[in-house]
Design a protein around this ligand. Structure first.
Ligand SMILES: Cc1cc2nc3c(=O)[nH]c(=O)nc-3n(C[C@H](O)[C@H](O)[C@H](O)COP(=O)(O)OP(=O)(O)OC[C@H]3O[C@@H](n4cnc5c(N)ncnc54)[C@H](O)[C@@H]3O)c2cc1C
Length: 459
């Protein structure tokens, strides 16, 4: 009932596309080790897109250098174990973990351990701590689904309304209903990474999904990157400042430590970094690329893990929803006790509130979140003994969480970013694939796509 994926379509197309990705990985396995013997590639960014591309190219004999600004790999796929249980700093779930899902395939390859999270194992409270009964929950979910169905039925793909405007036009009373607005925030704003005020009504729900109930990787999500990194030359703490592809052939990539020359460059930095223009392209990117980079939405999602001595909540319940004000403020909580022995509650801020939360200090964030928890558990809420917080919007090498369509965007604003520029510069990353934007599998597929282009060019 409460699956984040309720609003994601499942088309045959997704299967076809993934089969393509899978076939591609096996087609260009190590057996083609000499195919790119004389080809050099510099990959900017060591997230799943960059590592995926670099791995395939290296296995095909290319000389590959990965330049990563941070002092670690993974980008938005990073597991922190300091609390004794995996705190997923970025991606937390494998969405749709069917055997077709490339991230699930990577996870299976490292014998990852999973736990299915159950959106129906949830309890919901209003802002005064009153618990919603089943009838009220059904009414809320029906209303939320009703709007999505209405948009599906009646909106043209080029309609420029936001999701908020669509709700206003269809059922204005919903805007005054805290339960229904909570559903749009906790489900949709979380899933899409953007505020309903900024989401394109016709497009936000048109992406694709694999089958299967979402899972968390209890052995640590970032383990799936290990095989991709094997044998790669990865230069950490190498922030790229410019990519020069102006010569007739080849690229020159500059970092503070010097330059790297190569035949091709695959640039996987997040959309936020592209928007910030912290990397200068010479010549500048073509105008349609620049327009798409400017127009696409890039919001945030804030995660706060609070570890307590003792649980003060029902440890059999997996999710707690709270209809907080303002919208998006710590409105969804995941209890680790349903898959771990640690007394951890993971709080989420989404929509525009995530942009506010990201700018708080950790201490301010904890106070803000505890205030919300006290609306339900009052004085039972103890002081946390350990805290981990994310600040994606202010992370200089990400500047947000994941990409979403804004009013007026087109699917091609995502997909065309993955088209090669001057035959030797390729952009990759979750922002370059409309159907699977904002996911690890989508990002990985774009890395494979970029590698495939180079292999085809050279064969
Ligand atoms: C809070 C949050 C929750 C998420 N939840 C999920 C989820 O549950 N499931 C899911 O499937 N996906 C989820 N995602 C999305 C998923 O994490 C991303 O789509 C995916 O990891 C992006 O991979 P990427 O390779 O495109 O980008 P990144 O992983 O961001 O990699 C880009 C790399 O480029 C580096 N870089 C930036 N600037 C420079 C520079 N100047 N020079 C060199 N390197 C640079 C960055 O440091 C980074 O390592 C979530 C993301 C966030 C932030």
């Amino acid at each position: 009932m409460f699956s984040r994926n309720v609003n994601r379509r499942r088309f045959i197309k997704s299967v076809l596309m993934t089969s393509g990705a899978v076939a591609f990985v096996s087609k260009f396995g190590i057996k083609n080790a000499r195919a790119l013997e004389n080809v050099s590639v510099v990959v900017v960014g060591a997230g799943i897109a960059g590592l995926g591309a670099a791995n395939v190219l290296r296995k095909n004999g290319a000389s590959v250098t990965v330049l990563e600004a941070k002092d670690h790999t993974g980008g938005r796929l990073l597991t922190d174990w300091t609390m004794g249980a995996p705190f997923e700093v970025g991606a937390g779930w494998i969405h749709g973990p069917s055997s077709d899902n490339p991230s699930k395939q990577l996870a299976d390859a490292v014998n990852a351990q999973y736990v299915v999270t159950d959106d129906e194992n949830a309890v919901f409270f209003d802002i005064d701590g009153y618990e919603y009964d089943d009838d009220e929950i059904e009414r809320i979910v029906d209303a939320w689904e009703g709007v999505l169905e209405h948009i599906d039925r009646t909106y043209e793909v080029n309609d420029h309304r936001s999701l908020l405007q669509a709700i206003k036009d269809y059922r204005p009373a919903y805007l005054q209903d805290p339960g229904i607005m909570w559903a749009f925030s906790a489900f949709t704003e979380f899933s899409k990474g953007g505020a309903i005020e900024k989401l394109s009504a016709p497009l936000f729900n048109w992406d694709e999904a694999f089958d299967g109930a979402d899972v968390v990787v209890t052995s640590g999500y970032d383990e799936i990157l290990k095989p991709l990194k094997e044998g790669l030359e990865i230069k950490l703490s190498h922030a790229v400042t410019s990519i020069d592809y102006s010569a007739d052939a080849g690229v020159v990539v500059t970092t503070e430590q010097g330059t790297v020359e190569a035949d091709y460059c695959i640039c996987t930095v997040p959309l936020g970094v592209l928007k910030s223009k912290k990397i200068s392209f010479k010549p500048e990117l073509p105008s349609d690329y620049r327009e798409s980079i400017e127009k696409l939405g890039f919001g945030s999602v804030t995660k706060l893990a609070l570890k307590f001595d003792e649980p003060f909540w029902d440890i059999e319940t997996q999710y707690f929803g709270i209809t907080t004000e303002p919208k998006g403020r710590w409105n969804y909580w995941l209890s680790y006790r349903t898959f771990s022995d640690e007394n951890i509650l993971l709080g989420l801020s989404v929509g525009d509130y995530a942009l506010i939360a990201d700018r708080m200090s950790d201490a301010e964030m904890v106070e803000d979140a505890l205030e919300v928890l006290r609306t339900v558990w009052e004085d039972d809420v103890s002081e946390p003994i350990d805290v981990l917080a994310t600040h994606w919007a202010t992370d200089p090498y990400t500047l947000g969480a994941y990409t979403f369509p804004q009013p007026g965007n087109r699917k091609s604003d995502f997909d065309d970013l993955g088209e090669p520029v001057a035959d030797r510069l390729l952009l990759a990353g979750e922002h370059t694939i409309f159907d699977y934007a904002g996911t690890t599998h989508g990002a990985y597929m774009t890395g494979l796509r970029a590698a495939e282009y180079i292999i085809e060019e050279e064969s």
